[in-house]
Design a protein around this ligand. Structure first.
Ligand SMILES: [Fe+2]
Length: 159
């Protein structure tokens, strides 16, 4: 008979011989519970005006975050592909962040050009490309290529 190990019953883990899959599932479950603990402590921190309670509970919440790091590191030692997947996720966030920065840069440059009274042909091309891109009609590469044609001193500051 198989024993289902629930997160609330982790004390029973020692009574069963978990295989690798079950072990990693139990650890992931522990990560979830650490996350819930962080949420619970931070909700109290945000909800109380008692400075001592705020301080102590935020420290506890931060300790739980350390536990999340420990459990995650442990998973990486058990599962050979865990790090690869986590790094892939981190890379995707970084790329999204870079895209957002670039978008903010294009928007700022667009605003500057619209304010400018006497647009050059390049200004007009960029404004038109920016509008097309913001409507999803052309790729960001087209806008980026035009943006690169402006002298560096005319480009918007990277946000
Ligand atoms: Fe913890």
């Amino acid at each position: 008979m198989k024993i289902l190990v629930l997160s609330q019953n982790l004390q029973f883990v020692k009574t069963v011989d978990l295989n690798e899959r079950e072990t990693t599932r139990a650890i992931r479950d522990a990560v979830v519970n650490e996350q819930l603990a962080v949420q619970q402590y931070e909700a109290i921190v945000d909800g109380t005006s008692n400075a001592k309670v705020k301080k102590v509970l935020q420290e506890i919440a931060d300790e739980e975050r350390v536990h999340i790091g420990e459990l995650t590191a442990l998973l990486k030692t058990i599962l050979p592909d865990e790090e690869k997947h986590l790094e892939e996720g981190a890379k995707e966030v970084k790329e999204a962040s870079t895209k957002l920065k670039k978008s903010a840069m294009y928007i700022e440059h667009y605003r500057q050009l619209v304010k400018k009274g006497n647009p050059t042909t390049l200004d007009q091309e960029f404004v038109q490309a920016y509008r097309q891109w913001s409507l999803g009609k052309i790729s960001a590469e087209k806008v980026r290529d035009l943006y690169k044609k402006f002298p560096i001193e005319d480009r918007a500051e990277a946000v």
